[in-house]
Every structure is written in C-alpha cells, then in structure tokens.
Write a new protein. Structure first.
Length: 293
C-alpha cells in the first residue's frame, strides 16, 4: 500500500515539480538532460525511445514513430516546441542520431521480415545460384554430381533437396548461410568440419537456419536494440543483422562443444540454453556482439 501511494504521489505531483526545479537549475528541459547525460549509443537512444513522454507535447510523442525522411524536420519541430535554440548543435545532432536509429530499427525489421516471407523457389535462377554458391564456398574441392543429391547432407541439410529445409525462414535462411560462408569462409569451413564430429556432431545447415530464426526473433521482440544502437550511429542495415547472425553461428558452435551434449536428441534443450545466454548478454546497454569483438 505504501509503495502504491508513493508511486501515485510521485507520478501525479512530485515528478512535475522535480522536473520544474531541474529545468530552473539547469536551464534545460528533460529531453536535453537525457541527451546530454547519456552515453552515446543504446543508453541514449533507449532513453529517447522509452515511455517517459506520454504526457508530453504531441510532436515529442510522435518523434519516435517518424520515418527516416521525416527525422530532420521532426528534430526542428521538437526544438521549436521545447524552445531549444537552433544553435544547440549538440542537442540537434544527438536527437537526430537517436531518431535515425529508432526509425532504422523498424525499417530493418520490415526488410528482414520481407526476406523471410520469400519462399525458396527452385525455379528462381537467383535462388538456385545462391544455393550453389553456398556449396562451392563450403566444399570447394568437391563438385555436386546433381542438383538433387544426397551430397547436400554433407553440409548439414536433411535430405537430397535443400529447398524443403528453408520453409520456416524462407530465403532469409539461405542468405544468412551464404553471408557467413562468404565473409568468414575459414571459420565456416572449420565449423562445418567440427559439425561432423563422431560424438558431438550436428547438422550444420539445419542448425544455421535455426539460428536465423533466433536472430529474427530477437530482432522482432526488440532485444537487438542495444546491440544495434551501439554498433551503428545511424540507420541499422541488413548488413548489421547478418553480422549478428555470424556471431550466433560462431558462438553456438563453441557453446555446443563446451556443453558436450549426450546426443543431438538434446538439441532443443541446449538451443534454448544458448538462447537464454544471448538474451542475457543483450540486456547490457553497452553490449556489442560481433565477431570482430
């Protein structure tokens, strides 16, 4: 009861007067104090994008929902509404970056979702070329004997036609596998080799597609915001999503062999344990999860 009373008192009375006093003392509005007092990256942008502005001016409440093309105008409108001098270039720059990151995250999710919704089509020449590229990157010294062949199992697909394994994640699963194999070829081949371990082995491609689903779900529920806001001071791009996927593939392989599961039949259990580990890391406002680090 006491906690509820204190919360009610603070929300309805004390907060207003505290903000008024701070503005009087610092000559800065709350948004200025947030931007000036927060470290660049996730800490600052998450503060701008949280729920602290529900009772503020409409222009401020709408700021976190603007599209990229509207960001510059929105910054000017906020500064005008809050009576912030246009010469305050620090505030202008910081707000501009934070709003770009927020709008960019939403755009990135839509782009990833659109790619996920594209089904793998064996009649599509571009899709087929990417699939063959994956094989050539991972198995440079062995030629495919046919398009439909048991050889696909050698890189971790379930059957003789990989297209059936892309149903859940669509083209996104293939694009991720190709990206990792192209940009981290040595690591990809090493992990593929380790995945053939007689006791601790797993299906490389199937696990890779499973990790695409993990990266996608973390993006969808907003868990990737801290990481992406720290990685890029502007618009997060598809490239940054692929880089995070590469981190997951590399780290999952390490995790799997460190845990030494009794068999592949326990995959879901260890997959969830790894998922929880990643979600825990992403709670840190300073987190950056890339292979370069």
């Amino acid at each position: 009861m006491l906690v509820y009373f204190w919360g009610f008192l603070y929300s309805n009375y004390l907060r207003f007067w505290l903000k008024w006093l701070l503005r009087l003392l610092t000559r800065k509005c709350e948004l200025q104090r947030v931007l000036d007092g927060s470290k660049a990256g996730a800490r600052r942008t998450l503060s701008v994008g949280n729920d602290r502005w529900p009772a503020g001016p409409l222009v401020l409440r709408n700021a976190v929902h603007v599209e990229e093309a509207e960001v510059e105008k929105c910054v000017r409108d906020v500064m005008k509404e809050k009576k912030i001098e246009q010469q305050d270039t620090g505030f202008k720059k910081n707000l501009h970056i934070s709003l770009l990151q927020i709008s960019g995250y939403k755009r990135l999710y839509l782009n990833v979702e659109n790619l996920r919704k594209v089904p793998y089509d064996s009649e599509n020449e571009e899709h087929e070329e990417q699939l063959i590229e994956l094989w050539n990157l991972l198995m440079p010294h062995e030629n495919l004997k046919a398009r439909i062949t048991k050889q696909w199992c050698d890189i971790g697909f379930q059957g003789d036609d990989p297209k059936t394994d892309f149903r859940g994640m669509g083209l996104l699963g293939l694009v991720n596998l190709v990206y990792f194999s192209k940009h981290y070829t040595d690591e990809a081949r090493q992990i593929l080799s380790r995945s053939n371990h007689p006791k601790l082995g797993y299906s490389y491609a199937i696990v890779g597609i499973n990790l695409t689903e993990m990266a996608y779900s973390l993006l969808k529920n907003g868990a990737l915001k801290s990481h992406l806001y720290n990685v890029v001071s502007g618009l997060p791009q598809m490239e940054h999503f692929h880089q995070f996927y590469c981190y997951l593939v590399y780290e999952f392989d390490k995790f799997w062999f460190e845990e030494e599961p009794e068999s592949i039949m326990h995959f879901n259990q260890y997959r969830e344990k790894f998922h929880e580990k990643i979600k825990g890391l992403l709670l840190d406002c300073n987190v950056i999860l890339t292979l370069q680090n």
